[in-house]
Design a protein around this ligand. Sequence first.
Ligand SMILES: Nc1ncnc2c1ncn2[C@@H]1O[C@H](COP(=O)(O)OP(=O)(O)OP(=O)(O)O)[C@@H](O)[C@H]1O
Ligand SMILES: O=P(O)(O)OC[C@H]1O[C@](O)(CO)[C@@H](O)[C@@H]1O
Ligand SMILES: [Mg+2]
Length: 516
Amino acid sequence: MESLSRASITNPGTLSPSSSSASYFLFPRRFRRSNGFSSSSAFGNLRRIVSRCRVRAEIEKPNAPVIDFSDPEWRIKYQKDFERRFNIPHITDVFPDAKPIPSTFCLRMRTPVSEDFAGGYPSDEEWHGYINNNDRVLLKTINFASPNSAGAVCIDPDCTWVEQWVHRAGPREKIYFKPEEVKAAIVTCGGLCPGLNDVIRQVVITLEIYGVKSIVGIPFGYRGFSNSDLSEMPLSRKVVQNIHLSGGSLLGVSRGGPSVSDIVDRMQEKGINMIFVLGGNGTHAGANAIHEECRKRKLKVAVVGVPKTIDNDILLMDKTFGFDTAVEEAQRAINSAYIEAHSAYHGVGIVKLMGRHSGFIAMHASLASGQIDICLIPEVPFQLHGPHGVLTHLKYLIETKGSAVVCVAEGAGQNLLQKTNATDASGNMVLGDIGVHIQQETKKYFREIGVHADVKYIDPTYMIRACRANASDGILCAVLGQNAVSFPLIPLPPLKLFQIIIINCRRCPTTNVISQ
Ligand SMILES: Nc1ncnc2c1ncn2[C@@H]1O[C@H](COP(=O)(O)OP(=O)(O)OP(=O)(O)O)[C@@H](O)[C@H]1O
Ligand SMILES: O=P(O)(O)OC[C@H]1O[C@](O)(CO)[C@@H](O)[C@@H]1O
Ligand SMILES: [Mg+2]
């Protein structure tokens, strides 16, 4: 998607720590001494890097639309194309005779304010205010005046404003599934992420509010569709009431699993006509394939995806659930590394954080901590050795500050490691361990130059995700869960990834109260 900015990235003011003694380092974009390199300038660097990566992705994307900017109509054409790509499939696309019924989702718990009564007692329609199908949310909020504006991401060379609208999530007045005819299934796939239980819980509670009685959990991701010894788990408000108090997934997760056609066979056998998939890019590729297969078989099945990436690497979104918790949890590891480094003679602390392809966790955790001297992320290549390498800078830090702390994202510096071509069960590349590599190289380097260094390495990878969601993520998950349910019950949206995304949009106000 062109030029879609994430509000949190484009507004560094909201994220930069108000005061920080730390210096940040992004290699090799600029090699600077740590003194005077402020966290906000580091954040600016990250924004530029993110923009650069995005622009590169756009250029390299084989199916990127070719825009003729000399055509005076190009903006209108672009906007039309954008609207087409963000269009949500509707049940009537496949079943033109499908008849809607009034929503069974009750908004009556909203407390009326005195003005509501000014012209007499309001009608249900006036008071309850469901989401209108034509409501839209503006995606790009900054109108960059010039491509040279800080962090500018533009569609055309002159950086003219192009509005990008997406559908607004939330309950509609009419629905297309009779709740008593629904058998809903929830499945969580890929790696763990804080908040999975919160989303499961809210999906179940909201389905019950709509009147759906048959709700099941599929155990251990898509694998639960193939293993005969794994039976579906009946879910209800009673079962899920307190699951958000624990981390992990009540249902379990997995990578790999059966073919899409096997999954749809099992869904048919089990009578599942609504499926909520919670997962990342792989899971959504699967969800999309399930949707296509259902469509091919002319099955009235709604497939809804709730995007889950602890790495927060979907640039259309303000924030994905679990990220906030992970960053917060990472503070403990960083603080421990800092204490170890500062308490040792010539101490060097190294912390490795998650982020296969992106450095958002590492960068945000570094900025928040105010204790990191060097932050290494996959978006920016760097060298360990040589005059502009990380190790030379570490030596400088040891000489000037007496200690140093490095935060490295797991996907950073993969070019420095031996490639194995190994993949996991889902086909994802298995990465080399950059944290261990930096630890070993640091020890070796200081030994060779005859300078004492006390190197301590902390890898909290699974500790930052195998934990309960924090309060902020808890609220985000509740909104996601509720809006995910509202979608299939309205039009039929076997949603494609970018259509699902609006469920996660922070700027999509929901008019309804979240039922707890
Ligand atoms: N292209 C695809 N088509 C169908 N299914 C897929 C596809 N890619 C992955 N899957 C399935 O989706 C599930 C999850 O995929 P994967 O392990 O890559 O995690 P993910 O959803 O990307 O989450 P994470 O962010 O944790 O990596 C697996 O069961 C995998 O078999
Ligand atoms: O070790 P696992 O379970 O494969 O998952 C780890 C991966 O999941 C991710 O969080 C992606 O969601 C990566 O950042 C990380 O490498
Ligand atoms: Mg993935």
